[in-house]
Design a protein around this ligand. Structure first.
Ligand code: FAD
Length: 288
């Protein structure tokens, strides 16, 4: 059996390669000073999707909600094996919290038609909430498998996965369609293929073209190089549930947490020093 698979990918600032001007004075991330990358665990989700397609056949669609330059993240996914890409971009989506983001994504998934497998990364490295996957499953009424570190089996309308737990793992089986959130342990994402880079480097979304040139759009569509661009109307979303108006979260204050040396307790690299540390961790219930 072949599978229709949708992967949600987020373009994020590369917070692992921080430069001096990475933070603004108000403590928020200076996105323009950081290179934009595909959220790392979304590449693990994409790899899982492409492996299922390679083994069983089917189609992998990547979707991303973001500003026009999120099209770059979608091209990266096309280079790595996705078949189709959809950019969800609309001024009315801006200022979305996780509730509004998962609402927009759920509308887009419905507009694409129900997939057999819906994949997310476990967590985004900027927002860091890990809420989108579970919220999306809830909104779409899908069973969810979070913290997936291995796809053990797929077939007969079911999926079996290994989920990471705090102190080990569990193997869970359940029906498809389902949503999986994938961890970095799941696989090693394949690099972009040179052949696919040559094919898709000219793929564009309408917002990347000068005056959204209709003739060029038609040509791109004909050559399979159009990154679909959908706004509020295309996904049939309610404006009140999108962007700031659909976001109950209010950020009241942002603090930049800086650890100072007096908050560190030096541990002597001796048996006595380590014994004392372990005893302290047990006393504070950090270790059992
Ligand atoms: C009040 C408020 C206002 C905000 N305004 C903005 C804003 O204007 N612009 C902005 O960029 N962010 C904004 N954010 C941040 C935004 O809410 C989160 O980045 C977003 O909802 C995703 O949450 P997360 O990063 O914690 O993702 P997680 O839940 O950690 O992500 C898990 C997975 O969900 C998927 N996913 C997450 N986000 C997307 C996406 N956008 N497209 C496709 N897949 C996705 C990915 O697979 C990802 O690995 C705002 C947040 C708040 C609280």
């Amino acid at each position: 059996m072949s599978y229709e698979i949708i992967v949600c990918v987020k373009q994020v600032p590369d917070t692992e390669n921080l430069t001096g001007d990475a933070m603004k004075e108000d403590g928020t991330v200076n996105r323009s000073a950081l290179p934009a990358i595909v959220n790392p665990e979304d590449l693990n989700a994409l790899e899982l999707a492409v492996s299922v397609k390679d083994a069983h056949g089917g189609r992998v669609t990547v979707i991303s909600m973001g500003p026009p330059n999120a099209a770059e993240a979608l091209r990266e996914c096309l280079y790595r094996g996705a078949d189709t890409a959809v950019l969800l971009t609309d001024r009315r989506f801006a200022a979305s919290d996780t509730l509004a983001t998962s609402y927009v994504l759920s509308c887009a998934v419905r507009a694409l038609g129900s997939p057999d497998i819906l994949l997310c990364g476990r967590q985004a490295i900027d927002g860091d909430t890990a809420q989108i996957g579970p919220q999306l499953a809830e909104k779409l009424g899908l069973p969810q498998f979070t913290y997936v570190e291995q796809l053990a089996d797929i077939g007969d309308g079911c999926v079996t996965v290994r989920r990471a737990l705090d102190d080990g793992y569990e193997v869970v089986r359940g029906p498809l369609p389902a949503l999986l959130t994938v961890t970095s342990e799941a696989n090693a994402p394949r690099p972009p293929s040179a052949k696919r880079v040559m094919r898709y480097k000219k793929a564009r979304a309408a917002c990347e073209l000068v005056n959204e040139d209709e003739t060029l759009l038609g040509e791109l569509r004909q050559r399979g190089l159009l990154i679909e661009q959908w706004g509020l109307e295309e996904i049939g979303a309610e404006e009140a549930a999108c962007g700031g108006s659909g976001s109950p979260t209010r950020v009241k204050k942002i603090d930049s947490v800086q650890l100072r040396s007096e908050e560190h307790k030096p541990v002597e690299p001796t048996t006595e020093g380590l014994t004392e540390l372990v005893e302290e961790l047990i006393a504070e219930h950090i270790l059992d």
